[in-house]
Write a protein that binds this ligand. Structure first.
Ligand code: FAD
Ligand code: NAD
Length: 466
């Protein structure tokens, strides 16, 4: 039987990064993945394919709606080749997952294909093409998450689908009904809306992207409505049925008024659940919470001394970069170091267009905590860069402490804010004040100038260009 210092179960951005860091630290490492491709949800059916389709559909929409204004005329009909778009997405995924094979090889990590399950606290059985067993001093559970649904919905995966099927549809829906106005619903809803589908979003809360700053929810809703996506907010879905090519979603509003929407596809995107099926956690005595997540302490250690868990399978935001940071942290803990993750500064991004990005406290959270704060907000439309590209929707909003001026939260909607948020993370990691950001030179013309202007507004209400 082969023995290892560390066995990692699951090869998503949590698991494969943990394995690389373990190997960098001189630990003999194995990684176990049940599928025959590495990369987990993120690379295969999550971040990467969704961004490939968002980019492709964005190009299509630009060509259809915006080229003319730029003086670009298309001779002949502009046609969508969905098959080719999907093929490109598949090839982006393939290149990316092959990159993980290369990294495993380079770092001399043994890759096992099969379902990993605990026999006890140091032995893992791997059921793949053949049945094997390995011994590991430490284990890291990185088995991720799966889409969740509502108890009364029967996901047939043909018409009533999850994000996984939505990333590989063979036709553009005529009318896509999306249950859940969160990240997946809006990103994938926008993809198919750009490609020509009618899209209706039914959301239980009174706002979309409900965990983000209220100003972002409002701005994104306004823009998406302007683009033509329909919304039913404060509506609770009570039934979903399909017959032939038709899908019907029934929902009730707060006054119990019932609506019925008919379409040809229904995307269920109401969140994801931690995935521990098949791990045989009980054989190692590992506890799970009542939400089904593996229970961990602040060091991400389970109740079993030598077993850790990271990423979507534990508490916290279900984000690839959070999973990866946790992978690094656990590897370093196992190697005897004392790493730390600043959980308050994990940025979150929605890759719609305009993009939405956030870090730190929202205005709602500051109000609830009775923190005294100042707000500085600057609209993208006042930037030369935005007018040049035509991306005038959105804003940058900075919240800073009333007394110390320390930046407490940065919330953005606009072109390329997914990249701009990094400036806010750096500033907040070093506990910058709004005035610190306001006094730094920002290149002109860039979208980043909105960060400086919002910081000037937060400092003492002195933006220069509004
Ligand atoms: P996963 O990536 O889920 O990987 C877990 C792996 O473990 C899987 O490969 C699984 O097969 C394997 N596994 C499970 N059980 C076993 C077992 N018993 N034995 C062996 N292997 C096992 N996050 C972002 O930060 N940015 C984005 O843009 C983004 N976009 C997304 C878009 C979509 C459509 C979806 C669904 C998710 C998106 N996410 C995004 C979330 C992101 O994918 C997850 O947060 C991330 O993948 C979690 O990483 P992980 O390593 O914890 O788990
Ligand atoms: P989510 O939590 O982002 O959104 C789910 C939405 O569904 C919420 O707005 C919620 O109020 C709503 N909802 C819940 N029950 C409902 C009901 N009965 N009827 C109507 N609406 C209901 O979940 P998701 O969009 O499924 O995404 C899952 C996870 O994947 C998220 O945690 C997210 O972090 C991750 N993800 C991240 C990205 C990104 O970082 N860009 C992209 C996709 C997914």
């Amino acid at each position: 039987m082969k023995t290892y210092d560390v066995a990692v179960i699951g090869s998503g951005p949590g698991g494969y990064v943990a394995a690389i860091r373990c190997s960098q630290l001189g630990l003999k490492t194995a990684i176990i993945e049940k599928y025959d491709v590495l990369g987990g949800t993120c690379l295969n059916v999550g971040c990467i394919p969704s961004k490939a389709l968002l980019d492709s559909s964005h190009h299509y929409e630009d060509a259809l709606k915006n080229f003319e204004e730029h003086g670009i005329e298309i001779k002949g009909d502009l046609k969508l080749n969905l098959k080719k778009m999907m093929k490109r997405k598949d090839s982006v995924v393939e290149q990316t997952t092959k990159g993980i094979d290369y990294l495993m090889n380079k770092n001399k990590i043994d890759v096992y294909q099969g379902i990993g399950s605990f026999k006890d606290t140091t032995h893992i059985k791997i059921e793949g093409e053949k049945s094997q067993e390995i011994e590991a001093k430490y284990s890291i559970i990185a088995t991720g998450s799966k889409p969740s649904s509502l108890p009364f919905i029967k996901l047939d995966k043909k018409r009533i689908i999850t994000s996984t099927e939505a990333l590989s549809l063979k036709e553009v829906p005529e009318h896509l009904i999306v249950i859940g106005g969160g990240v997946i619903g809006l990103e994938l809803g926008q993809v198919y809306h750009r490609l020509g589908a009618e899209v209706t979003v039914v959301e239980y809360m009174d706002k979309i992207i409900p965990t983000m700053d209220g100003a972002q929810s409002k701005e994104l809703l306004k823009v998406l409505k302007k683009q033509g996506i329909k919304f039913y907010l404060s509506h609770q879905v009570s039934a979903v049925s399909s017959k032939g090519k038709k899908v019907t979603v029934t929902a009730t509003d707060k006054k119990d008024k019932e609506i019925s929407i008919t379409g040809d596809y229904c995307l269920v995107s109401v969140g994801r659940r931690a995935y521990t099926d098949g791990l045989n956690l009980e054989k190692a005595g590992i506890k799970v919470t009542d939400r089904g997540q593996v229970e961990v302490n602040d060091q991400l250690r389970t109740n079993v001394e030598n077993i850790y868990a990271i990423g979507d399978v534990v508490k916290g935001p279900m984000l690839a970069h959070k999973a990866s940071e946790e992978g690094v942290m656990v590897a370093e803990i196992i190697a005897g170091q004392k790493p730390h993750i600043n959980y308050d500064l994990i940025p979150s991004v929605v890759y719609t267009w305009p993009e939405v990005a956030s870090v730190g406290k929202t205005e709602e959270q500051l109000k609830e905590a009775n923190t005294s704060y100042k707000t500085g907000q600057f609209p993208m439309r006042a930037l030369g860069r935005s007018r040049a590209s035509g991306d005038i929707d959105g804003f940058v909003k900075i919240l800073s402490d009333s007394e110390t001026d320390e930046v407490l939260g940065v919330h953005m909607v606009g072109a390329r804010v997914a990249d701009l948020i990094a400036e806010a993370v750096v500033a907040m990691e070093y506990r910058a004040s709004a005035e610190d950001i306001a006094r730094m030179t920002h290149a002109h013309p860039t979208y980043a100038e909105a960060v400086k202007e919002a910081a000037l507004a937060a400092t003492d209400n002195r933006p220069l260009h509004i």
